[in-house]
Design a protein around this ligand. Structure first.
Ligand code: ATP
Ligand code: MG
Length: 675
């Protein structure tokens, strides 16, 4: 493993200087799959001008029961010309479970570890090889078939991060059932809503889970949700319960005869082989409800072949994956990141992964780096929110571990502020590891704008350049495509393999949300800037762009400036009504761990001075509101809709807060008003 690359020279000074600093690929990326900018340019060009041969060649290395017909892609993005339709690899037949498991075992890699499982508590661990996992997936698939689950059936999965979770997804894929994984941290109400939308006959869950010091009664939540859906006229026939003995004693788990079934009582008795169902390329693979940071969750539907190619090709190139890598993605399988970059992309590539059940701050803030050393993790993929949280505890939790194995660091979920990028790069990666800042969405299924570690010169805070086959454009207010350096709405011009195909049961909402805003384009909902080198800088959701006296200011930019201040751990900025400027800037600020609230009044002045210096007086925050905690979704994203309501003193209209990770932060925030 090349881990002795020369350190990048790190610039001193302010974020702006840092943002403009270039980090070319270094020796840590020698021998990468894509090893130069020229190679990227050449491949990118071919992916756009000749998608048939580009994707056709890539697809050759997968297993197909039946080949596709040419052309490889057929689509209509223009609502004026008819319904929006996206198809890839029409006519082909394959199976994702086969490509993730059987293919590797048949190639003689059955003894390779698929998952090193690290439990919530220290010293709880296990591992499972590809051939063991294949047997388990077959047994579960056979059990599902025995209770009537078949091709096209819906299955809801509500489980902790144990290997049985990706196994359940693969078992569904094996027999053509459509899974809907709901993050095992959602409330009974959210779970019930998602069950009612997809109407499965079975829910797969576990008795309980410990996340940090806190035990969570998963089975109890499922029971409440099942009763709630029953009251609405939908009945669940089976609740399959994985007996998670490390989290709960079986005798303490409520159990309903005739409905509940213990996984351990039925699955191990099934035969260990199960022929796969050969599925059409465009048959549905899964539904996944988006995190809901902007309103009612949407059931995003992905289909088989294009998604398989998209998730695994991005995994291979963006993480420059090699057989000897140990890859750890901290996302839960309940999010798209856990689908594409735990369950499917890595498994199609035969990767060895770490699957972690707990949280990176338990038992202390060094846990993540302890895990990195324990398994010699080479590729780490996490989110800015986690990076900032760990950063707020100080460097000593990081530096007491070696981290020598790390080769590439990834980030996803939000724009990464330059200060967090710098810490991730310099402290975590010791200046050695390229950072892949991957922009994509539940809807896109796979990375869209991202560096390739051996080819792309990095700029801190920029997701850099489009992946193969992705044609982004930046539109102005009038919907006109802009050339060169510009700022506006990020859209995509043509279908990419892992494009979502529809919203579950609501093709009209699909067209309205994504294709009617600017006819002819897929509308991402994100604002971005393109610089003179063609690099993309995501500046937040379109709704989060603040218009101060006619100047468009991205919330991410102001947040990035605030976190430059050494005492600011995290910031969230929302617009507020302003009598003169139209909109003003309302900033919530979380201070470094250990600071008392409210801090001395002078700190507000200092923070404001930092923003003025970093961005300019136009971005001066009008209000600074101390936030010992911020309202976040279970996936760690800030719920700005709630912050906007608090800023406008409309806290009686907060709406659905059931998807908040910690609802009590709202009360604390209200107490801090005016402090
Ligand atoms: P909802 O659509 O329900 O409101 P969500 O958009 O948070 O939820 P996801 O699909 O998980 O759900 O997140 C995609 C969004 O996350 C993107 O549209 C973008 O705003 C943000 N995002 C993801 N990765 C990045 C990144 N690397 N840089 C900047 N923003 C990112
Ligand atoms: Mg979204």
């Amino acid at each position: 493993m090349a881990s002795n690359g020369s350190a990048h020279a790190a610039p001193a000074g302010h974020a702006d200087e840092y943002k403009n600093h270039l980090f070319p690929p270094n020796s840590a990326s020698q021998g990468a799959h894509v090893s130069s900018r020229e190679q990227y340019d050449e491949m990118y060009k071919r992916s756009i001008t000749d998608p048939d041969s580009f994707w056709g060649e890539i697809a050759e290395s997968f297993y197909w029961k039946k080949r596709w017909q040419s052309p490889v892609r057929r689509f209509n993005f223009d609502v004026r010309k008819g319904p929006v339709k996206i198809e890839w690899f029409v006519g082909a037949e394959t199976n994702l479970s086969y490509n993730c498991l059987d293919r590797h075992v048949e190639a003689g890699h059955g003894d390779r570890v698929a998952f090193y499982w690290e439990g919530n508590d220290l010293n709880e661990d296990s591992k499972i090889t590809y051939s063991q996992l294949l047997k388990q997936v077959c047994q579960l698939a056979n059990y599902l078939k025995s209770i009537g689950v078949k091709r096209g059936s819906d299955v809801t999965i509500y489980m902790p991060m144990v290997p049985e979770l990706p196994a359940a997804m693969l078992a569904c894929a094996r027999i053509g059932a459509v899974h809907s994984v709901v993050f095992g941290g959602f409330s009974a109400e959210s779970l019930a809503g998602r069950i009612l939308d997809s109407k499965p006959s079975i829910v797969i869950t576990a008795s309980a889970v410990k996340r940090g010091a806190k035990p969570i009664d998963l089975k109890g939540i499922v029971d409440t949700a099942v009763k709630r859906v029953q009251a609405q006229g939908h009945s669940i026939k089976t609740v399959l319960v994985f007996d998670h003995v490390l989290a709960a004693k079986r005798e303490n788990v409520a159990f309903t005869e005739g409905l509940d079934v213990w996984w351990q009582d039925v699955v191990p008795r099934q035969p260990t082989d199960c022929p796969v169902e050969w599925m059409g390329a465009e048959e549905p693979l899964f539904k996944l409800y988006t995190s809901g940071s902007t309103g009612k969750p949407k059931g995003v539907e992905h289909t088989l072949a294009g998604y398989m190619i998209g998730a695994s090709t991005t995994f291979k190139y963006v993480f420059d994956h090699r057989a000897e890598d140990i890859y750890w993605c901290t996302a839960d399988c309940g999010w798209i990141t856990g689908h594409s970059y735990v369950a499917y992309g890595p498994m199609v590539n035969g990767a060895t992964q770490v699957l972690f059940e707990g949280v990176p701050t338990y038992p202390d803030a060094g846990r993540a780096w302890d895990i990195v050393d324990k398994y010699k993790v080479t590729l780490l993929y996490t989110a800015p929110t986690a990076i900032r949280a760990l950063q707020s505890f100080g460097d000593s939790f990081v530096t007491k571990y070696s981290r020598k194995s790390l080769r590439i660091l990834g980030t996803v979920g939000e724009p990464i502020n330059p200060e967090a990028w710098k810490w991730y790069h310099e402290v975590v990666g010791e200046g050695r590891c390229p950072i892949v800042d991957t922009w994509w969405q539940t809807e896109t299924g796979a990375h869209m704008i991202t560096p390739l570690p051996g080819a792309t010169t990095l700029k801190p805070g920029s997701a850099t350049l489009p992946f193969f086959g992705v044609e982004p454009a930046v539109l102005n207010e009038k919907g006109e495509e802009q050339e060169g350096e510009c700022e506006g709405y990020l859209v995509i011009k043509k279908a990419w393999p892992s494009s979502m195909r529809t919203l579950s049961g609501d093709h009209e909402r699909f067209e309205t949300t994504y294709f009617k805003v600017y006819p002819g384009y897929y509308f991402t909902g994100d604002g971005c800037r393109r610089d003179k080198d063609g690099y993309y800088w995501l500046i937040g959701r379109v709704d989060d762009v603040i218009n101060v006296s006619g100047h468009r200011i991205g919330t991410a930019e102001v947040e990035g400036a605030l976190t430059q201040h050494p005492q600011c751990a995290e910031a969230a900025v929302v617009p507020m009504e302003h009598p003169i400027k139209g909109q003003g800037i309302y900033a919530y600020v979380t201070l470094m761990v250990g600071t008392e609230y409210p801090p001395p009044a002078s700190l507000k002045k200092e923070l404001i001075a930092t923003v003025r210096e970093e961005i300019g007086p136009i971005a001066t925050p009008d209000v600074i509101h101390w936030a010992p905690g911020l309202p976040k979704t279970r996936s760690g994203k800030i719920m700005r809709r709630i912050l906007r309501k608090i800023a406008s003193k409309e806290e009686d209209q907060l709406g659905d807060t059931s998807t908040l990770a910690d609802p009590s932060v709202v009360q604390t925030l209200l107490k801090m008003r005016g402090q």
